[in-house]
Design a protein around this ligand. Structure first.
Ligand code: PGA
Length: 256
């Protein structure tokens, strides 16, 4: 059975003090309840160190929202993988639709990052998802296939052990509209079949596929109860402990 994984993507939000307070609330709750769920927080870069300190020995992982693939050097404005490791990161979110939409990231550039991050022994939360127009024109599977093939090119089965996929339909991100549990399950099942073809079915069964896109306490249970939904990548609702913690609790209850 795959252990659920709930990650909070804070995006470009929080201050240092509000981020530390939020991390402490999550760390305290996880320390107290010990849910059978993996949990990660992905704050903005400048807060990685204080948030990591606030998480302490709680078992909550620290993740970054992006990384650059090259070794440290002359790349103004970028962040190298050894820097993230030094800050205590275990995970990096790559291929998020906001990176694709607003920062021109392509399957090819994302692939460089995925390969370099896995080679550095950091976990990758690799995001894929279709636009509304693509769903409406029945292109969802074609789009997912292209993003998976491009983003994961050259990834070995051994490296894929550190890989998590996040299915995030772009039309559901930050909109308050979620995919229905059936839509999510169909996409997740498709992605797992794709992984089985690309690697093998044994490995595909172990790779966690998170759902992302307006996950809230009141829809988490339904989404997470789908057989191929193994957790959530949570944006807006990860910014408030009173919304994020019930999502973790829902995942923990279902994993029993
Ligand atoms: P959302 O964001 O939960 O605010 O829709 C999810 C994400 O973009 O990872």
């Amino acid at each position: 059975m795959r252990r659920p994984f709930v990650a909070g993507n804070w995006k470009m939000n929080t201050t240092r003090s509000s981020g530390v307070a939020l991390a402490k609330s999550v760390a305290d709750a996880v320390r107290t309840t010990r849910p059978a769920v993996d949990v990660a927080l992905c704050p903005p870069f400048p807060y990685l160190i204080p948030v990591g300190e606030a998480l302490g020995d709680s078992g909550v992982w620290l993740g970054a929202q992006n990384a650059y693939h090259a070794a440290p050097g002359a790349f103004t404005g970028e962040i190298a993988l050894p820097m993230l490791q030094e800050c205590g990161c275990q995970w990096v979110i790559l291929g998020h639709s906001e990176r694709r939409q607003f920062f021109g990231e392509t399957d090819a550039t994302i692939n460089q990052k995925v390969q370099a991050t896995l080679a550095a022994n950091l976990g990758v939360i690799f995001c894929v998802g279709e636009l509304l127009a693509e769903r409406q024109s029945n292109q969802t599977e074609k789009v997912l296939e292209t993003q998976m093939a491009g983003g994961l090119a050259g990834v070995s089965p051994a490296a894929a052990a550190h890989l998590v996929i996040a299915y995030e339909p772009v039309w559901a991100i930050g909109t308050g509209v979620t995919a229905s549990p059936e839509q999510a399950e169909a996409a997740h099942a498709f992605l797992r079949r794709w992984l089985a073809g690309r690697f093998d079915s044994g490995l595909a069964e172990t790779i966690r596929i998170q759902y992302g896109g307006s996950v809230k306490p009141d829809n988490a249970r339904e989404l997470l109860s789908q057989p191929n939904v193994d957790g959530a990548l949570v944006g807006g609702a990860s910014l408030k402990a009173e919304q994020f913690l019930p999502i973790i609790a829902a995942a923990a209850e279902l994993s029993r």
